[in-house]
Ligand binder design. Sequence first.
Ligand SMILES: Cc1cc2nc3c(=O)[nH]c(=O)nc-3n(C[C@H](O)[C@H](O)[C@H](O)COP(=O)(O)OP(=O)(O)OC[C@H]3O[C@@H](n4cnc5c(N)ncnc54)[C@H](O)[C@@H]3O)c2cc1C
Length: 436
Amino acid sequence: MTETAASEAEVTGPCESSADVIVVGAGPAGSTTAYHLARTGLDVLLLEKAAFPREKVCGDGLTPRAVKQLVDMGIDVSESAGWLHNKGLRIVSGGSGLELDWPELAAFPDFGAVRRRADFDELLVRQGQSVGVRLFEQANVSGPVLDSRTGRITGVTARLGDEKRPVTFTAPLVVAADGNSTRLSLSMGRHRRQDRPMGVAYRTYFTSPRHDDRYLEAWMDLSDHRDGKRRLLSGYGWVFGMGDGTSNVGLGVLDTSTAGGELDWRELLRTWCAGMPAEYGFTPANMTMPIRGAALPMALNRQPHYADGLLLVGDAAGMVSPSTGEGIAYAMESGRIAADVIVQALARITPAGRERALQSYPRILRDSYGGHFTLGRSFVRVMGNQRVLKLGADHGLAHPTLMKFVFKLMVNLSEPRAGDAADRIINALTRLAPRS
Ligand SMILES: Cc1cc2nc3c(=O)[nH]c(=O)nc-3n(C[C@H](O)[C@H](O)[C@H](O)COP(=O)(O)OP(=O)(O)OC[C@H]3O[C@@H](n4cnc5c(N)ncnc54)[C@H](O)[C@@H]3O)c2cc1C
């Protein structure tokens, strides 16, 4: 137990509410978890420190994986409902571009979308409320409540409302969906694995004629010019049209340890934007939001994903893909899996049966993502090499078939069963790659 944990006897405030499950954090991971739990009739508390709508620093880009999760939640994903659909990814390198369409698959839709996170996250949370999720906004969770005999989590302490009133919430199971900083996981001793890459991403918005682009655009020439030398970085700059007169413009570096020391990421983004074609309009006068960023916790970097009544989902669980920096789809998918496991566990008759069901959660995560994330980590390691980066930047686009294959592999969009030759190779590679 750390200093932020309270034993039952030391709880600082009265019990505000009890439920079957508490979900801490109402980002995509928390809202998806809460939605799927409540849909089965469970009583779910969703505790969020902010009040909606709230900003979240993001690229606002959704791949078909994320769109599938939205559809599974019964959310209208049509353009008339406010989404800007995209057809795929345009990779720009060495002055030329290659458009790679999202693959046509039975398992996933063939379009992605963009939507501002203030809007997107509120939509998800309201969808949860529509099936009975009990949302507490301005509920800043300060630590776990522990059973002093077993060490299991039995609830959380929080500061509620403007007046920051100390309260407790109790439930036999708690889900940490509190994002990259995940104070709750830390206070339960779940520290970050140091053998996993940590990415970083920064973004801003510009008014731009590119605002209604039907492709997400990734520029592979991201480089650091310190000491007057050009050093390519293992990441990319992005331009995602928002369809509202603005573009979300940012950079993501997939493994900060290969960046050759601390970089001023804001300055790097400013310099990169200044070098973009004039017709994009990325001038300081057109910038509509300050540059902001955050870390990208990758490749299942916080474990165990279940122990002592606490499950980890989304960024708290290190669910960002090391090959692309995509996190929303994986946050939602882990939320869905956690909810399915909890529903089964709570229906068991004995504590041992319940625990057996809960212990399957880390295994399912490893089986579903371990192989893909291991391939992604290898990719990041290779991309940390200057010679490989330069080769890719100079010649990658000259091999469209190879690029299509790499694209499918990196965005994790293949037919799980059957599919074409590329799908079969990808599935075999993913199966063979070690999972941990
Ligand atoms: C600059 C940038 C660009 C990105 N671009 C993309 C992109 O284009 N596409 C993509 O798929 N991914 C992108 N990502 C990654 C993506 O944003 C995350 O993976 C995703 O938000 C994870 O969702 P989550 O629900 O796990 O966490 P979050 O979205 O971080 O949500 C966590 C929630 O928990 C709440 N919370 C935190 N602490 C507490 C507490 N103590 N008590 C109560 N509530 C709490 C927070 O307020 C927040 O609402 C980007 C990340 C960055 C930094």
